[in-house]
Design a protein around this ligand. Structure first.
Ligand code: IPM
Ligand code: MG
Length: 357
């Protein structure tokens, strides 16, 4: 099969990890007889430098015309002085909105080979965990009305959700739960927020009418932050709002041992999605060949699975990564405490490629 992929490497370590991932995708393409065509677009800080804006129209149009988008990361200290809509992060938010990507999947599992880098107490880590965070991505406080008063000494951001917005992401979450362990936890702050009360009502109504076979429970977000550390094995699928999902997914990633391992998929109603590691642009290690490419490589696996329906190919990538980790190969971010050697980003990529042969 043939696919057109838009590459949006972005800033910092973005180009390195996207470059590694393209090599892995090409290896998969030749093994399984597919052709991937790539077109690269600028977004984030590099687009500000080149075009004076974080998300140029040519990038949006190119992504809209593609079968799927692979993104690295955006942002860095060079652009930190910019405000609001001029910031590199605006590129991410703008792409999510323009592509209608309202569902963000962020899987977090403890790789058996990495149990020793897990920050949890051994008796908790030993139970293992494998959870999927489903984060609402185009609504809530990220996109609500915001502003300052005339004198500039007060500001506001608004959390707003409609039933339709809640339903479409919750439906996705229920469907995913159905393919896993049939347990969905909806996370909110319904003891305080009206949007959360609407969220809870809507998710329950949907559960009763369409997904009676999925066990649904609710948790307040503060408690969820605690349970992710205390008893992560409790969770199967989590569904939550944009901001709670942002925060909890970073927490979940650390619980697995490294943010350098976690992939994400952003999906809408069409098969076109945007796939990116959940980590940022890591400007401190950019250009040093230190970045772990695995999160981006696993994001590409999600692209094959969710956008192109190539699950065998996706499994192949995931299995290869897990074999390489099992063999003990580590990049700096996941090295054993006290280890004196580790692989560079490009060496890790080579290991993965050679494991594929
Ligand atoms: C993420 C990031 C973004 C977000 C930022 C960079 C806008 O933290 O993808 O989790 O908050 O969504
Ligand atoms: Mg985040």
């Amino acid at each position: 099969m043939e696919f057109n992929i838009a590459l949006v490497p972005g800033d910092g370590i973005g180009p390195e990890i996207v470059g590694s991932t393209v090599k892995v995708m090409d290896a998969v393409a030749s093994r399984f007889n597919h052709t991937f065509h790539y077109t690269t677009y600028l977004a984030g800080g590099c687009a500000i430098d080149e075009f004076g804006e974080p998300l140029p129209k040519v990038t949006v149009d190119g992504c809209l015309a593609s079968d799927s988008v692979l993104l690295g990361a955006v942002g860095g200290p060079k652009w930190d002085h910019l405000s609001g809509n001029s910031r590199p992060e605006k590129a991410l938010l703008g792409l999510r909105k323009a592509l209608g990507l309202y569902t963000n999947l962020r899987p977090a599992a403890l790789q058996p080979a990495l149990a020793s880098s897990c920050v949890l107490r051994p008796d908790i880590a030993d139970k293992g965990f494998d959870l999927m965070i489903v984060r609402e991505l185009t609504g809530g406080i990220y996109f609500g009305e915001r502003g300052r008063n005339d004198s500039g000494d007060a500001a506001y951001d608004t959390e707003a959700y409609s039933v339709a917005e809640i339903e479409r992401v919750a439906r996705r979450a229920f469907e995913i739960a159905r393919k896993r362990r049939r347990h969905l936890t909806s996370i909110d702050k319904a003891n305080v927020l009206e949007t959360s009360r609407l969220w809870r009502e809507t998710v329950h109504r949907l559960g009763q009418t369409e997904f009676p076979d999925v066990l649904l429970d609710d948790m307040y977000v503060d408690n969820a932050a605690m349970q992710l550390i205390r008893a992560p094995s409790f969770f199967d699928v989590i569904v939550t709002s944009n901001m709670f999902g942002d925060i909890l997914s970073d927490e979940a990633s650390q619980v697995t041992g490294s943010i350098g391992l976690l992939a994400s998929a952003s999906l809408g109603d069409s098969s076109r999605g945007m796939y990116e590691p959940i980590h940022g642009s890591a400007p401190d290690i950019a250009g040093k060949d230190l970045a772990n490419p695995i999160a981006t490589i696993l994001s590409a696996a999600m692209m094959l699975r969710y956008s192109f329906n190539l699950s065998e190919e996706a499994d192949f990538i995931e299995q290869t990564v897990s074999n390489v980790l099992q063999q003990g190969w580590r990049t700096a971010d996941i090295k054993e405490p006290g280890a004196e050697t580790w692989l560079s980003g490009s060496q890790m990529t080579e290991k993965i490629l050679s494991e594929m042969i």
